[in-house]
Design a protein around this ligand. Sequence first.
Ligand SMILES: Nc1ncnc2c1ncn2[C@@H]1O[C@H](COP(=O)(O)OP(=O)(O)OP(=O)(O)O)[C@@H](O)[C@H]1O
Ligand SMILES: [Mg+2]
Length: 305
Amino acid sequence: MKSFLGAFGHVALDHIVRVRRLPRPNTSIEILDRSRYFGGTAGNLARSAARLGVKTSLASFVGADFPPDYRAALVADGVDLTDLRAVPGARTPTAWIFSDPRGNQMAIIDQGPMREVARLPVLRHSVKDVDLVHLGTGRPRYYLRIAKLAEDLGRTIAFDPSQEIHYVYTAHLFRELIRRSTYFFGNEAEIARARRFVRVTSTAGLVKFASVVVATMGARGSTVYTREGRIRIPRVPPTRVVDVTGAGDAYRAGFYAGLSRGYDVRRCGILGSAVASCVVESTGTQTNLPTWTKALGRARRHTSF
Ligand SMILES: Nc1ncnc2c1ncn2[C@@H]1O[C@H](COP(=O)(O)OP(=O)(O)OP(=O)(O)O)[C@@H](O)[C@H]1O
Ligand SMILES: [Mg+2]
């Protein structure tokens, strides 16, 4: 089966534990409540894109313990799971996130098989049978192998290292990936790091490496840089803001939904903002994913779409 999008990155479980205050070492504290959410950058992106009608193949490594309800949710939205590999003896990537009422957070992350991804097989289906290969969180050396295959096959590459740009990339590996990419995504801190890696002083300078650079700025919206210039994209107002995690992945899903339907990058940015505005309205990154009709409606109602 052919897809528009091949989404590489984490598929993870997020355990969100609320406590009255974060405990100090050698002390204990009772929880207020806890809940489990489906997450991981590629899991979020794939499910959100598929919900928007983008044919999507998910490429990632989980454990033999991967929960059936997460798998069923991905299947229900139509995600192709050929390349979602359960590694025997490994455990699904998991994050335990502790938060207090003042907004302080502590997180503990088990990367599971994604830590060793350099030794794992190249997931070819999500490169060979797609138009656009999205490289999200995960190990740079593994993604360089994926990018070289994608390049050989003439596939478009989108590069989105997210927060991992700050701690798993070297300037060398970063350059090797961005120069093979057509699209680069990042929030303000990630874009600043990208500029340092390739030694350019302005964000516009990044378009020498990837011809479309999308810089997101939280509630202030986003900017799309191309070789023709810069396009400011306003945010789409949510009905309320409950939890902003996952806004970034949602934005990318909306952007790709636009690309897959042939919209220009300005409209793709607006669609990204519209999808993100839905996701911030509830807790969890996959809780309030819009359909294409809903996303398009929001984009049209609030902006010059
Ligand atoms: N409070 C908000 N209100 C409306 N839109 C928002 C809000 N926060 C984020 N967005 C939308 O989501 C997009 C991406 O958000 P942001 O720049 O915070 O990404 P991020 O830092 O990668 O977030 P994360 O990694 O937590 O998903 C923004 O460009 C904006 O369109
Ligand atoms: Mg992000």
